[in-house]
Design a protein around this ligand. Structure first.
Ligand code: ADP
Length: 485
């Protein structure tokens, strides 16, 4: 098999800089692809944390005037990943959340910042680095999505391009008058270009011009072709349906391995679940919950946003408590939801606990100690927390949307008897349906036999990157064998 070289372009990458699942994917996929004979280098912005973590850095490109300042492209390694880092201090020398000011609003120059990232990707694709000529450019989400558009408008021989949509809800919208500052030609501002209801959509650049489109689950790939799920892109995606596929995400099964996880007090495996009891007690103590082994402890690890349906869970707390459950919430995001969960913790001490913020250690402890994990999303491109939950024996309770539909087998009667059930699913996404799923879960929990079977079937599910990586490798090989001008 000949090796294929891929330039992956992402605005965040685990473990150095992460706000969500995109970072997990960008960080884990290259390793899984190496086993398929695919060589990946990832282009990321030079945020301070990224520059600090970069080893063996070497300058490969220098530009005195690049999007309003001087910039260097550095090649190096970090946490086992081969990186290109766009060191442009005027754009990226900012700590904290990569997209938001310390006050929590978008940086006003986000358009310039991520156009610059995509522009550098196009430069590399067109030969800026003699020692690295990619066969394929793979752009992730709106922050990288202009790369295929730049390559299209240059009109030169180029590598094939893939655009992956991790979340269609972020179209990357900017005013029309940014066009020349980001080096897009006037003719690009048309419906067949990057124009989106009078503004520029970076995401649309990728959706329109990438040779292949992928999203992160087969069900989400179908949903985004509808008017309801398409967020204004449904028509375009229907037109390009023959180029669009859904490839499920995996998780890094070395980082998420209950048998070796250093962040939890009780390691365990499907063969010996005993360690879970120690994790549950540690979790209950940490969050100020009553330390009782027999209450079903329901966990949540999530951004607090309307997408995630956590307002529904807040309204369902009477059912949660009525069924004798406890609730452990880890999340941050919308102020109303943060306030709502804080209020619930105060109103129900010992029964509802949690932490409003971001905490990876606690995320691992919840997966390892909670009995179940709730993911009641209104839409969910793939979802990673339910995959971690499956691996950790926390039974997922999820809405029937996107990747949640594709990764959890509902414990209906047939699946329970057949032993294939791995969780509980509900539809439509309403408080009533969620409450119904919680009641079904509580009943199964009371029958220890059913619960154990569901847990073990979940833990036996392959949630690794092995299969997804094979799909991406096949896609890259197909593109690498073609010519694009
Ligand atoms: P999204 O990318 O839409 O936020 P995903 O389920 O795809 O959702 O990925 C979320 C990732 O972020 C998971 O790895 C999850 O464990 C992690 N995560 C989310 N919120 C928190 C938090 N408050 N603390 C720690 N990890 C979190």
């Amino acid at each position: 098999m000949t090796s294929v070289r891929v330039l992956s372009v992402a605005s965040e990458i685990y473990p150095t800089i992460k706000t969500g699942g995109l970072a997990d994917v960008a960080g884990a996929l290259p390793g899984a692809l190496a086993a398929e004979g695919i060589e990946v280098r990832t282009l990321v912005p030079g945020y301070p944390d990224v520059l600090r973590a970069l080893e063996a850095a070497e300058e490969v490109v220098r530009s005195e005037l690049f999007f309003g300042g001087s910039a260097r492209l550095l090649a190096g390694r970090s946490s086992g990943l081969d990186l290109f880092v766009l060191d442009a201090p005027h754009l990226f020398a900012r700590t904290g959340n990569p997209y938001l000011t310390p006050d929590g609003v978008d940086w006003p120059d986000n358009g310039l910042r991520f156009a610059a990232l995509s522009h550098m990707a196009a430069e590399i694709a067109l030969g800026a680095i003699a020692s690295f000529a990619p066969d394929v450019v793979h752009a992730h989400d709106w922050q990288a999505a202009l790369a295929p558009a730049y390559l299209h408008y240059r009109g030169r021989p180029r590598p094939g391009t893939v655009m992956t949509v991790h979340n269609l809800a972020f179209p990357g919208l900017f005013p029309h008058d940014l066009l020349s500052a980001i080096d897009l030609p006037p003719e690009s501002f048309v419906i067949q270009g990057v124009e989106y209801y009078g503004r520029i959509s970076f995401l649309k650049g990728g959706l329109q011009f990438a040779d292949r489109l992928t999203t992160v689950s087969p069900t989400y790939a179908r949903e985004i072709q509808t008017d309801e799920g398409g967020m204004g892109f449904g028509g375009l995606l229907r037109e390009r349906a023959d180029r669009l596929s859904g490839i499920l995400n995996g998780i890094d099964v070395a980082v998420w391995d209950p048998a070796t996880d250093p962040r939890i007090p009780g390691n365990f495996s499907a063969g010996d679940l005993a360690g879970r009891a120690a994790n549950k007690a540690a979790l209950q103590r940490r969050l100020g919950l009553e330390v009782v082994p027999d209450a079903l402890l329901l966990g949540v690890i999530s951004r607090l946003s309307s997408q995630k349906g956590l307002d529904l869970l807040l309204e369902t707390i009477p059912t949660v408590l009525g069924q004798g459950m406890q609730l452990a919430v880890l999340g941050s995001g919308d102020r109303d939801l943060q306030d709502g969960y804080r209020a619930a913790m105060q109103a129900h001490p010992g029964l509802v606990g949690g932490w409003i913020g971001y905490d990876e250690d606690l995320a691992h402890l919840i997966q390892a100690g909670a009995d179940a994990l709730a993911v009641p999303s209104r839409f969910e491109p793939c979802g990673l927390t339910q995959l971690c939950a499956l691996r950790y024996g926390a039974v997922p309770i999820v809405s029937r949307v996107g990747g949640l539909e594709d990764t959890v087998v509902d414990a209906d009667d047939a699946a329970l008897v057949g032993g294939s059930a791995t969780g509980f699913k509900f539809a439509p996404v309403t408080t009533e349906a969620l409450a119904g799923a919680l009641r079904r879960a509580a009943a199964a929990f009371r029958s220890k036999f059913d619960w154990r079977r569901i847990q073990l079937a979940g833990m036996a599910t392959d949630v690794s990157w092995r299969r997804p990586a094979a799909h991406y490798a096949a896609l890259y090989r197909e593109l690498a064998g073609m010519r694009y001008t």
